[in-house]
Ligand binder design. Structure first.
Ligand code: F0G
Length: 461
């Protein structure tokens, strides 16, 4: 039985439900326009009976696929043979218990865990999804792969292309909308970098227009294979918790690929009897890029088993497009007004009994600095997750004894300008509306003189 015959693409709309062969390269259902899933006929596949089945692969570190934090869970994303799977060593991440930080946000010791995706080769969680998307691209014989990006997808695509030589990378980024750490990666790894006069939403629209005409493989998270790879972030969280689901997963929301894939894997694991309980998902938007929050909390849009009002969603997106309202947040990774995975994210929220919140730039940067103070440099977007935890704790929705996993999506060195601006520059903070900067740690400037240096150190203590 070929694995490719036991897996297929399927439209997420239950009314349509059209199915397509894996050999087709699709980013939407050709029949109705909705997003697609990768689905499996699990009863025809070798599915583990228990999640600790995967522990046997810990002893196979010399096998690149089983070393990969994505492919060591191959049995749960078996769209092709494991030997076909591309890897650059992604997914060697840690789940760090952060007790002092737990105390600061009102959680008991042992209850706050940070899933640090900054340890991926390109410095963000995107490598999980890119491993899967580029595996599919190379199975299709694609020569070129492209994405629109706020910076991390482009860095990841550029790195995979450079390391594996499977495809040539073309990345579309908005002008002035990408942190320098990320832009420098795309340039250094040799990607063809197209800087659009506009923002991410403009770049996304253009890349979708250009790819089909030029036969370029699109790796944004509208690509259902991307989300298969991102499912493994949750598998590694479970692995670190000895396969026991936490109470909450808190994740920043941008294009909503992560949240969508987390909902999918928890639904699959429950259906397969591999977990008995699904964690609740909290998706955290930045205030200046909060389309999901608006639709979910103000317009009360729900998935409703797939009977959701696509018209309501589309008319919200249309009015954002028509007004040319640009997203605006210091967390450039999630500066997105037109998230492509909205419908899948609504489904994930239903599966996980999830919630959505938005947080201000000030909250994002204060919490990013707190995470830094406790030893994990993360980029601004990741700070939104801890800010979200504090908010949900204050509301009482998260209780002090709940076990909470925050996803730190990207490395702190991706965006040093924001970090340095926050800590050192009151004018920058004022321009960005950052107010107090309660966690700022500015340097002390001293003359080149021993006594004054000693005095400055004494003051610090
Ligand atoms: N955090 C970081 C560091 C990101 O780079 C992104 C998305 C997100 C969170 C949001 O994740 O889209 O799954 O909701 N960055 C994309 C990019 C859009 O182009 O790199 P999401």
């Amino acid at each position: 039985m070929s694995l490719q015959r036991a897996s297929f693409q399927k439209c997420i709309s239950p009314e349509c439900g059209a199915m397509f062969d894996l050999s087709q390269t699709l980013v939407a259902c050709p029949d109705c326009g909705h997003l697609l899933d990768i689905c499996y006929e699990w009863d025809r596949l070798k599915v583990p009976e228990r999640l600790d089945y995967f522990e046997q692969f810990w002893s196979q570190r010399r096998n690149p696929q089983r070393f990969s934090g994505v492919w060591r869970f191959h049995e749960l994303l078996p769209f092709t043979e494991i030997g076909d799977c591309l890897t650059i060593g992604e997914g060697q991440t840690v789940l760090q218990q952060a007790d002092r930080l737990a105390n600061l946000v009102g959680l008991q010791p042992g209850k706050l865990l940070l899933q640090y995706e900054g340890f991926n080769p390109s410095g963000s969680f995107k490598d999980n999804g890119m491993a899967a998307a580029l595996t599919h691209a190379s199975l299709q014989g694609a020569k070129f792969a492209a994405c629109a990006s706020t910076g991390n997808t482009s860095a990841s695509l550029a790195m995979f292309a450079a390391v594996t030589a499977a495809v040539k990378a073309i990345v579309f980024v908005g002008s002035g909308k990408i942190a320098y750490g990320k832009l420098s990666q795309a340039l250094d790894y040799g990607a063809c970098t197209i800087q659009i006069e506009g923002d991410f939403d403009d770049a996304m629209q253009r890349v979708r227009q250009v790819c089909p005409d030029l036969g370029i493989y699109l790796v944004n998270s509208v690509n259902p294979f991307r989300l298969e790879g991102q499912k493994t972030i949750m598998l590694r969280v479970l692995e670190a918790l000895r396969w026991e689901p936490p109470d909450w997963i808190v994740v920043p929301g941008g294009n909503l690929g992560n949240s969508s894939s987390f909902g999918k894997i928890f639904g699959e694991l429950k259906m397969l009897g591999l977990i008995d309980r699904i964690p609740r998902l909290a998706v955290i938007n930045a205030e200046g890029a909060s389309t999901l929050n608006h639709l979910y909390n103000e317009q009360h849009l729900r998935w409703q088993g797939g009977q959701f009002s696509a018209n309501q969603m589309e008319s919200c997106l249309d009015s954002l497009r028509d007004s040319r309202a640009a997203a605006q947040t210091v967390a450039s990774a999630i500066e997105i007004n037109l998230p492509v995975n909205l419908a899948k994210c609504l489904r994930a929220l239903e599966i996980t009994d999830g919630v959505v919140r938005d947080v201000s730039d000030e909250e994002i940067l204060d919490h990013k600095a707190l995470i830094g103070r406790h030893g994990f440099g993360c980029e601004p977007a990741s700070g939104a997750s801890l800010a979200g935890v504090r908010k949900l704790r204050e509301e009482g929705l998260i209780s002090e004894s709940d076990r909470v996993v925050c996803i730190l999506t990207g490395h702190g060195l991706k965006d040093p300008d924001v970090t340095v601006g926050y800590h050192t520059n009151p004018a920058w903070r004022e321009e960005k509306g950052i107010g107090q900067a309660t966690s700022a740690n500015p340097p002390t400037t001293v003359p080149n003189e021993v006594e004054q240096i000693i005095a400055a150190i004494r003051q610090f203590h």
